[in-house]
Design a protein around this ligand. Structure first.
Ligand code: PMP
Length: 339
């Protein structure tokens, strides 16, 4: 039998969102005590989470022979995407605080974070409810169901913002049942990248990285990784990549000027924002598949397109990006066959 649970106080769920804006650095997270939580996991879950992170850093074709482009191959994570990192940090914090496994984890996600939570819920033993736009691609929805997660489909036209609003409503309606993870405001999201993604990049490049390029979705990858990389190399250039239009087909990225602003986002985390059109992101993903043997997702195509633009302007240096997921999650989309 599950232990009785107290409702999560409103300020714990929502007050932080307002208080947090641009200041996740100051927010305490329980995830800072990883050893204790890990020791309490079933051995199969402990083994699984041990494989999150430490992904390969692969050289990508560069149009400028003087400047290397390297990409973190995040599909090597056990859940198949970069989102295993923040999802695990978020879950670890909630296990440490005692919100999980008693409650159901609730969040909004267009796909990868949802899959990461669903995988962790199955391995560790907590329930997962996810608000997902109805037009999320079928591979993702099937994967979530395979892990045993509950899906709440939201209006396709409202996109990821519609899913966020629905998750907020559900969290307010039933705070005893749900623990709202809120990846857009949870400090454990950028912290995961500060502690792992950035540290790995620094080590794998021997400190030679001069430019860091990442897509902007929840913005956790960019704001977290840039915080550590700037400490290590204060003159590093940080480039955030976003879709060129509000209505776009780059799964995982947000058009920040028109979307709900993530509380963890901080404009000063970037030196420059690059806009990429959906067709260019798709063409760059096809190029990686055909010229490099790397089957990546469309947001990887977007950051790679931005990297190619960037290196053409440079005389020397090393550009590192994060390739958030693999292409097998997008095979039902028609653009792979274009020439
Ligand atoms: N690409 C894909 C495929 C994603 O799932 C995400 C996560 N939303 C991102 C890029 C952006 O990463 P972040 O949320 O850390 O900004």
């Amino acid at each position: 039998m599950k232990a009785p649970v107290r409702p999560v106080p409103a300020e714990e769920m929502h007050g932080k969102r307002a208080a947090l804006a641009g200041s996740w650095e100051q927010q305490e997270t329980e995830a800072e005590r990883p050893g204790e939580v890990r020791a309490r996991l079933p051995s199969h879950a402990r083994a699984l989470v041990a494989h999150i992170g430490n992904t390969p850093l692969l050289p990508l074709p560069s149009p400028n022979p003087a400047v290397r482009i390297l990409g973190k191959a995040e599909w090597f994570n056990p859940g198949g995407s970069v989102k295993d990192r923040p999802a695990w940090w978020i879950v670890r914090g909630a296990l440490s605080s005692g919100y999980l496994p008693q409650r159901e984890l609730l969040d909004a996600s267009s796909g990868n974070t949802a899959i990461a939570y669903a995988m962790l819920g199955a391995a560790i033993g907590f329930s997962v409810t996810l608000c997902v736009p109805a037009n999320a691609n079928p591979e993702r929805k099937k994967t979530l169901k395979a892990y045993g997660a509950t899906l709440v489909e939201t209006d396709a036209l409202e996109g990821s913002d519609g899913a966020i609003l629905r998750a907020r409503e559900l969290a307010e309606e039933d705070p005893v049942r749900f623990w709202y993870a809120d990846q857009y405001a949870n400090a454990a999201n950028p912290r995961a990248h500060e502690a792992t993604t950035a540290a790995e990049i620094w080590d794998q490049t021997g400190g030679e990285v001069t430019h860091f390029v990442a897509g902007l979705g929840t913005t956790g990858t960019l704001v977290g990784a840039s915080r550590r990389l700037r400490r290590l190399r204060p003159n590093i250039r940080i480039v955030g990549v976003e879709p060129a239009r509000a209505l776009h087909g780059i799964e995982g990225l947000k058009h920040l000027d028109t979307a709900l602003r993530p509380a963890i986002w901080n404009e000063s985390a970037v030196d420059r924002r690059e806009q990429v059109r959906t067709e260019d992101a798709q063409a760059a993903a096809r190029r990686l598949a055909r010229d490099a043997g790397l089957l990546v997702g469309v947001s990887s195509g977007a950051v790679y397109a931005a990297c190619r633009r960037l290196v053409r302007e440079m005389d020397s240096g090393m550009v590192v990006t994060v390739l958030p997921d693999g292409g097998s999650r997008y095979l039902s989309e028609g653009w792979w066959a274009e020439s």
